[in-house]
Design a protein. Structure first.
Length: 189
């Protein structure tokens, strides 16, 4: 007891994809003949598995898109550059949409990134239950948040009060569509 409080420190992981989620040192006071319990939190990250706008607009991605995918995309609130709804019925429309998207209207660029992510999930490249550190949401919740933002405002030009929030969602989706890190549902070894 004369040495109280004790400091317990967790070592730094050897693996580059493991991170501390709690402070690495904790103090604890222990009385005579007592025990103390200290817990540390950690998580690992893995690549999302996401494929890019370029993949979904090239021949390999286009060959994967089917009628169910097109229906799933129509059920989202995707936006064209002019803010109108984008409701694709053909693969060629998806290709043209992805290649033509720009951030002048942030809703349009968010829609393009959301399109790629939805296709990534539908085809099993990305686990919708994985946790995205960028948005602090699961992939499924990130998709819902992006879709809700598009439903609320399809025209987010410079000066729009909703533009920054849409850009933040777009940036998270963009990173994930390029294989950005996620916390997987099952722990890493």
């Amino acid at each position: 007891p004369a040495f109280n409080p004790f400091t317990v420190t967790e070592g730094t992981p050897n693996e580059l994809n493991w991170f501390h989620s709690t402070p690495v040192s904790q103090t604890v006071t222990v009385g005579p003949n007592d025990q103390a319990h200290v817990e540390f939190g950690n998580y690992c990250t893995v690549p999302s598995g996401g494929l890019t706008l370029g993949f979904w607009s090239n021949k390999n991605g286009q060959a994967l898109i089917n009628a169910n995918d097109l229906l799933a995309l129509r059920n989202l609130h995707l936006r064209n550059a002019d803010g109108s709804n984008f409701d694709p019925t053909t693969n060629a429309q998806v290709k043209s949409f992805l290649l033509g998207a720009n951030a002048t209207n942030m809703a349009n660029m968010l829609s393009a990134q959301l399109t790629a992510m939805k296709l990534n999930v539908l085809h099993g490249f990305v686990d919708p239950n994985a946790f995205d550190l960028c948005s602090n949401k699961t992939i499924a919740d990130l998709i819902t948040a992006a879709d809700n933002a598009l439903a609320a405002n399809g025209l987010t030009f410079s000066g729009s009060p909703d533009r920054a929030a849409q850009e933040s969602l777009k940036n998270c989706l963009d990173a994930l569509n390029n294989g950005g890190p996620v916390v997987p549902v099952t722990p890493c070894s």
